[in-house]
Design a protein around this ligand. Structure first.
Ligand code: ZN
Length: 144
């Protein structure tokens, strides 16, 4: 981690050097002071650059974590359900069924990859349109 206190104290040193050099007539001493000031400023600049990179990295991590959390929250709306023949699907919990989100099941394999794929349904099988896995169900598993 970049030490922000170190950057601050470097800038303070540069400021003090500049203030001390202001009243000095000796050119060599002024040049030395200026060179030290430049060193401090360069160090501060590198520090800030590094800090900016770390800041960006934190922003990226934060975004990824938020995406992950919102994905997991979406999957929390489903419960694992065993079909009569022993297959498994993830069925939308009743409390999440709305007019815009009708009762349906999603693919359990896809969910393990973080994908939410609603299953197509025919009289005997759920079909995953993405991984093409078919899981048996009976007529009465889900109301149409
Ligand atoms: Zn699938």
């Amino acid at each position: 981690m970049v030490d922000i206190l170190a950057i601050g104290s470097g800038l303070k040193t540069a400021y003090e050097l500049a203030r001390a050099a202001k009243d000095v007539d000796d050119k060599v001493r002024v040049d030395t002071a200026i060179s030290k000031i430049m060193d401090q400023l360069t160090a501060a600049q590198f520090g800030l650059f590094e800090m900016q990179q770390q800041y960006q990295q934190l922003i990226d991590e934060n975004r990824e974590l938020r995406e992950q959390i919102s994905k997991e929250e979406r999957f929390n709306q489903y419960r694992l359900k065993e079909t009569q023949q022993g297959g498994f699907v993830l069925e939308l919990k009743d409390e999440y069924v709305t007019e815009d989100n009708p009762k349906h099941a999603i693919c359990q394999l896809c969910s393990q990859e973080g994908r939410l794929t609603p299953l197509n349904k025919d009289p005997q099988y759920y079909h995953c349109p993405r991984c093409r896995v078919a899981t048996e169900h009976t007529y009465h598993d889900l109301p149409c």
